[in-house]
Design a protein around this ligand. Structure first.
Ligand SMILES: C[S@@+](CC[C@H](N)C(=O)[O-])C[C@H]1O[C@@H](n2cnc3c(N)ncnc32)[C@H](O)[C@@H]1O
Length: 274
């Protein structure tokens, strides 16, 4: 569908007495950073947008694809430093759509993976604004591919869990017994601030201390850093290396494959002791 198609929505808003059709909001996944990982649809929608509302994690290479005449609105969302609270982002999207413009809401990774895409879509639909999701490559998939750590592998992990280390109420109260099961890969988004608690709890719930683990900073970009270590040493190694957000934590024996499968792509290695 073209960006310039208007929504056939019977609910229209009235501005200055004249009734105009409400624009549509595209929730677009920008992937983990490398613009080559965008879907064709995302690239097309981004390139023809007249207004783009974007997050902190959207890579420069992706932003470079936005039409130079488009209005760009940064709404932030670094950990602990939200430029605009979520309810104001929701209101902004509704307001912009009500001006009759189609809006691209650009989010890092995939909009429906720890990206509040579901919350934004609910709000938009509640306000009678049409919304379409354009999926993106989530950090786990992008990083798995470019570090040579397959999320599943018949000899290592038959299941994979994606979870967040940063809960809405500020706690790290995760389902530790489920995360500590053998033969699985655990991928933790937004977990850097709670890494020591995560490692400690997993070990306390019977995951061996020598389980291979990794933290990947700025995965898929030319700033990517991969740090690997045993689970019981990971938090201390990351502290020493002063790794910063965005960072993804990967835990499980698939991390040991990085030494072989990750050779294909040059990346900064901080440790490989696992
Ligand atoms: C708010 S979540 C958004 C996740 C996103 N929707 C996705 O599908 O990847 C932000 C977290 O995703 C992870 N993340 C996203 N992009 C990353 C990248 N390029 N490298 C490492 N971690 C990344 C980090 O854990 C970061 O704190």
């Amino acid at each position: 569908m073209s960006m310039h198609n208007r929504v056939a929505d019977p609910r229209q808003c009235s501005a200055g007495g004249a009734s105009r059709p409400t624009g549509k909001v595209y929730l677009v996944g920008a992937g983990p950073g490398d613009p080559d990982l965008l879907t064709l649809k995302a690239a097309r929608v981004i390139g023809s947008a007249k207004v783009v509302v974007y997050d902190h994690l959207v890579g420069d290479g992706v932003l470079a694809l936005v039409n130079r005449n488009a209005r760009m609105i940064y709404v932030g969302k670094e950990a602990g430093n939200h430029s605009l609270p979520q309810d104001q982002i929701n209101d902004l999207l509704v307001e912009l759509a009500r001006t009759g413009l189609d809006v691209v809401r650009l989010k890092g990774g995939d909009p429906f993976m720890f990206g509040r895409g579901g919350e934004e879509m609910e709000e938009l639909l509640d306000h009678g604004v049409s919304c379409e999701v354009v999926p993106g490559i989530t950090a786990a998939c992008g990083i798995s591919a470019c570090t040579g750590m397959p999320l599943t592998h018949r000899d290592h992990a038959r299941s994979v869990i994606f979870t967040t280390g940063h809960l809405k109420d500020g706690t790290v109260n995760l389902d530790w017994p489920a995360l500590a099961r053998p033969n699985q890969t655990v991928v933790i988004y937004m977990g850097l601030g709670a890494l020591d608690i995560i490692c400690r709890e997993l070990i306390a719930h019977s995951l061996p201390g020598d389980t291979p683990a990794a933290v990947v900073h700025a995965g898929t970009t030319d700033r990517q850093v991969v740090l690997t270590d045993r689970l019981d040493r990971l938090a201390a190694s990351v502290k020493r290396a002063r790794l910063k957000s965005p960072a993804l934590i990967m835990i499980g024996s698939i991390v040991s494959l990085h030494a072989l499968l990750g050779k294909e792509r040059q990346t900064e290695e901080l440790a490989l002791t696992a």
